[in-house]
Design a protein around this ligand. Sequence first.
Ligand code: GLU
Length: 303
Amino acid sequence: MKVQGHFHRGRFAPSPTGPLHFGSLVAAVGSFLDARAQGGEWLLRMEDIDTPRNVAGAAADILKTLEAFGFEWDGPVLFQSTRLDAYAAALERLKRAGLAYGCACSRKEIADSARHAAVDGGLAYPGTCRAGLPPERSVRAWRLRVTDEEIAFADRLQGRVAQHLEHDVGDFVLLRADGLFAYQLAATVDDDFQGISSVVRGADLLASTPRQIWLQHCLGFATPEYAHLPVAANAAGEKLSKQTRAAPLRTDWAAAELVGALRFLGQPAPGGLENASVGEVWAWAKANWNFAAIPRRPAIVVP
Ligand code: GLU
């Protein structure tokens, strides 16, 4: 499923941890219109491997909501829960290449010995088990070796983004202590498997991208282009998420919700379009989509 030539393929990859909310709609609308405006495909992937966070019925509810909002995706939905063998094979390759190693450290041990504050509210892993497990300890998680060379990319919206993984993140987890594959590994393997040429997603994931680019290098995958959309934040500056109990999208109000997402993305939807049909909103959006109008900021406060 490798991308040939300049064919454009985007994707939307929700996690079934609850119903879609306005922030998820923005990511879906942005990635969908970016793909369609370039005559490309748009794929759906259900990121359902973090089983403790899955909510019963959420995956079906998300698909129903996307349909009600008039999204059309190409091919079958890829459920990550069907892809565990592929993640295991990728981890095996990294182990055999000496790039992945077993780690015995608990969260508390890492917190106690961490040298630097890092991304995602976590701490940089100090490399305790890099040269082998301490005596009498057993493997809890599998980590990927990183280096301190700069990993940089040109985001289509946020500009140049760079990290020194060793300093900023440390060797990161591929297989968690609870036996679940980490998001970073699964998303990287699947973006390659699905032949994604362009990742358009929320800027809350901006700090993950250098880790995914490093994984692509380690696994011999191509690097797609990236655009990180502004995320909707509340007045306290927190991202609207299922965790901060953002309101679920109203399917009986789909046209208005879509118009809200378009305006959030800088698209000047004319007044009154919220009262039109979903089909009319999409017709306007497809005819007038202007990527250059998207605000080049990581977050926008919405009332
Ligand atoms: N499943 C992730 C989320 O819901 C998105 C992953 C991605 O777009 O790479 O936040």
